[in-house]
Design a binder for this molecule. Structure first.
Ligand SMILES: NC(=O)c1ccc[n+]([C@@H]2O[C@H](COP(=O)([O-])OP(=O)(O)OC[C@H]3O[C@@H](n4cnc5c(N)ncnc54)[C@H](OP(=O)(O)O)[C@@H]3O)[C@@H](O)[C@H]2O)c1
Length: 358
């Protein structure tokens, strides 16, 4: 099959489009034909080794420096060491084409999404591994996955629309779930024009809570169009505009210099939840704000058990809107990632593998 193999930490030259052996299903696994695979920051972060503690800048700066200096990083992956060479791709919309002996053959032909965050030791521990980060993912014509991590979806969305969902919406729903966002609450969402932020916005609204969104000026209208109650320009001073003690929950995957202000606008007893730091991983935390206001800081990566099945049900009930900005053939992954990093788009980029007969 054809696949994009990432051969190590570094620039776009580490992405090799080549022919590799077809995966073989082990016990309990299914083989999927990949129909579409979303582009996510984690693919880029893992390639450049951004998760390493030696990198202290935002993603964009890290990418620029890694183009010039490709250094292997033992702790550069999500779960520390990345198993290079391997196939990335955390989002997979696929069709089941084979099942391991003893598996359910009636599932062959089903269109499915893969739950990319897998809790192999069960949901009682936070141990988790990710398809496309810890083992081969969907930047290929085929991928294998455990049958229990594969969810049929009954909807009229296109393959590209479904392929935009798992990583961004799974992560977003996990944060909204963990933060226990309730009807009538006021939630502040940063990076609301992005993949995770736009998903958080929709998922908070479906819980009947109010959203104040933060986005770059060029994308403010689009963020309003997907349901934000109020929009702020990211260059504005959030504390000056909202005032202190204004919101119940902050969902923040940007972090960086704005972090301190986000805690100030939280009410007493408020919850701050995050699963990313695209604006910079190192922040200044004023401990007095944290403890004097009885705040809760919630870190999120391992998806809780109800999150992905719930997400599938929201799609099937028409409660979410897919937001696909553009599709690219899989062999143009470097073009897709370069344009993705420019952050001029709204919605997700999705890669489409070559049809099998080519
Ligand atoms: N832990 C997990 O499981 C997990 C899963 C998915 C994503 N993540 C992380 O979450 C973060 C967001 O992911 P995403 O998929 O939503 O990313 P995205 O689609 O690139 O969106 C990020 C948004 O943040 C805004 N932004 C504000 N300051 C920025 C800065 N300094 N640099 C770049 N963008 C900035 C941009 O919007 P404006 O230009 O409109 O401000 C951009 O649209 C990433 O760090 C990603 O790695 C983590």
């Amino acid at each position: 099959m054809r696949a994009v193999v990432t051969i190590g930490n570094g620039g776009y030259d580490k992405l090799k489009y080549c022919v590799v052996p077809l995966p073989t299903c082990g016990p309990g696994e299914v083989l999927l034909q990949v129909l579409s695979a979303g582009v996510n920051n984690t693919d880029i972060n893992t390639r450049v080794g951004w998760y390493s503690s030696s990198i202290i800048t935002d993603t964009e700066s890290a990418v620029v420096s890694q183009e010039q200096k490709a250094t292997a990083k033992a702790d550069g992956g999500w779960n520390e060491t990345t198993p290079f060479p391997f196939i990335q791709g955390t989002d997979c919309c696929g069709r089941i084409v084979a099942v391991a002996p003893g598996g359910d053959e009636t599932t062959i032909g089903m269109r499915v999404l893969v739950r990319s965050c897998m809790r192999k030791s069960g949901f009682e521990t936070m141990e988790n591994i990710w398809m496309g980060s810890d083992f081969d993912g969907a930047f290929a014509q085929y991928v294998k996955a455990p049958a229990g991590e594969v969810f049929a979806v009954d909807c009229d969305w296109s393959d590209a629309e479904l392929g935009s969902i798992p990583c961004a919406y799974g992560t977003a729903e996990n944060m909204v779930h963990r933060a226990k966002v309730c009807e009538g609450e006021h939630v502040l969402v940063t990076g609301a024009s992005g993949g995770v932020g736009s998903a958080v916005l929709q998922l908070v609204k479906r819980r009947n809570a109010a959203v104040t969104a933060i986005a770059g000026r060029a994308k403010m209208e689009q963020v309003l169009s997907i349901g934000a109650d109020r929009i702020l320009d990211r260059s504005e001073d959030v504390v000056a505009i909202l005032g202190e003690n204004a919101v119940d929950v902050v969902v923040d995957n940007v972090a960086g210099p704005a972090f301190g202000g986000l805690l100030k606008v939280l009410k007493r007893g408020g919850r701050y939840v995050s699963s990313g730091a695209i604006g910079g991983p190192l922040v200044t935390l004023d401990m007095r704000t944290f403890y004097l206001k009885d705040l809760t800081l919630v870190g999120c990566t391992a998806w809780d058990e109800p999150v992905f099945p719930n997400l599938i049900s929201y799609i099937e009930r028409g409660e979410l809107r897919p937001l696909v900005a553009k599709t690219f053939p899989l062999d143009r992954i470097a073009d897709a990632q370069q344009e993705f990093l420019e952050k001029k788009h709204f919605g997700k980029f999705v890669l489409i593998p070559l049809p099998l007969d080519e």
